[in-house]
Design a protein around this ligand. Structure first.
Ligand SMILES: Nc1ncnc2c1ncn2[C@@H]1O[C@H](COP(=O)(O)OP(=O)(O)OP(=O)(O)O)[C@@H](O)[C@H]1O
Ligand SMILES: [Mg+2]
Length: 306
């Protein structure tokens, strides 16, 4: 009752509550959580529709062509893998479709509408969220607060509301905390909700980034090497989470170096090499594609990606 976390986590008692539950009660609770996590998400849309299109995207940095006329579609409800050797342009692709960079030429369309000159926060509001290859969290904030910040991207009231404590703000704040707590539960780190992000184990930080991205209720979730630095067991766990996210109705774009993992979790794969798309297809097709095999030959397993 009088734990020090109380100001941050009025719902913090969920943790104690969970510990007291039977497995059946927990399962029921998980189903409820899934509801709270995404109350406003459209689930009536057709799975398999085109959600996002990269259309002839070229991205130059001075003389360097990081993306060279790249086109591919992302379909609703799939896990699309984006793979390729180091420096192939994968992260640049994320940056082009989240508004960090504006393509030198070509365009990105979300649900048929070009992203155009929109800013990053506007693109978040449209429904594209991402995590970063190098973890970016608010290290002095608690895990819960980091996720509440994510839900904030959707809020109607913000600074003004906070200043004057208008009723809607308090109500939204309460809902935001409730949702954030549910998200922490969803990604499996609710037990550390009240810890500062910087004090969390590395694997928890990676999951926290995912929870924060999910808090924006994205139509498309982009994960940039979420399993970097993980051991095989941790990787398997994370893949389980990514599958759970997809099964919950989200669309996922996944950059990952570990081929075993990519083959095991993705529905389709796009392969980049030196900024060009060299292949696209089902995991089995990609595995047997000579151009892909050649691109990876001599490239050691990436175990130092960070
Ligand atoms: N802001 C930038 N300015 C200049 N060059 C850049 C910039 N961002 C990326 N590049 C270059 O573009 C190329 C593609 O980089 P990118 O980070 O997209 O590769 P990647 O496929 O994500 O590689 P990794 O597997 O190592 O993460 C590289 O040659 C990189 O040095
Ligand atoms: Mg990268």
């Amino acid at each position: 009752m009088s734990t020090p976390q109380e100001p941050h986590a009025p719902e913090g008692s969920i943790v104690a509550e969970l510990e007291a539950m039977t497995p059946e009660q927990r399962a029921e609770r998980e189903a409820e959580v899934a509801e709270v996590v995404a109350p406003d998400r459209e689930i009536a849309v057709e799975v398999g529709d085109t959600l996002l299109q990269m259309e002839n995207v070229t991205m130059r940095f001075g003389g360097l062509v990081a993306l060279d006329d790249v086109s591919f579609d992302i379909r609703r409800g799939e896990i699309l893998g984006l793979i390729g050797p180091n420096g192939a342009g994968k992260t640049t692709c994320f940056n082009a479709l989240t508004g960090v960079y504006r393509p030198t030429s070509g365009r990105v369309l979300l649900e048929g509408a070009p992203l155009g000159r929109r800013q990053r926060f506007q693109i978040t509001q449209l429904g594209i969220a991402r995590t970063f290859q190098n973890i970016r969290l608010f290290s002095e904030m608690t895990a819960l607060e980091n996720v509440v910040v994510g839900t904030d991207a959707r809020h109607k009231t913000s600074v003004m509301g906070a200043l004057f404590r208008v009723p809607r703000h308090t109500r939204e704040e309460k809902q935001a905390i409730e949702r954030a707590m549910a998200l922490l539960e969803f990604v499996g780190i609710a037990d550390r909700a009240a810890d500062k992000a910087r004090n969390l184990p590395y694997g928890y930080q990676r999951r926290l980034e995912i929870a924060r991205a999910l808090a924006t209720e994205p139509k498309l979730l982009c994960l940039d090497e979420p399993a970097a630095g993980f051991n095989p067991a941790e990787k398997d766990n994370l893949m389980g989470l990514i599958r759970k996210i997809r099964d919950d109705g989200y669309t996922v774009l996944l950059i990952e170096h570990d081929m075993r993992l990519v083959m095991g979790v993705t529905d389709r794969i796009v392969v980049l090499e030196f900024g060009k798309k060299i292949a696209e297809g089902l995991p089995a097709e990609i595995r047997d594609n000579p151009a892909v095999v050649a691109a990876y030959l001599g490239v050691p397993d990436d175990d130092d990606a960070s």
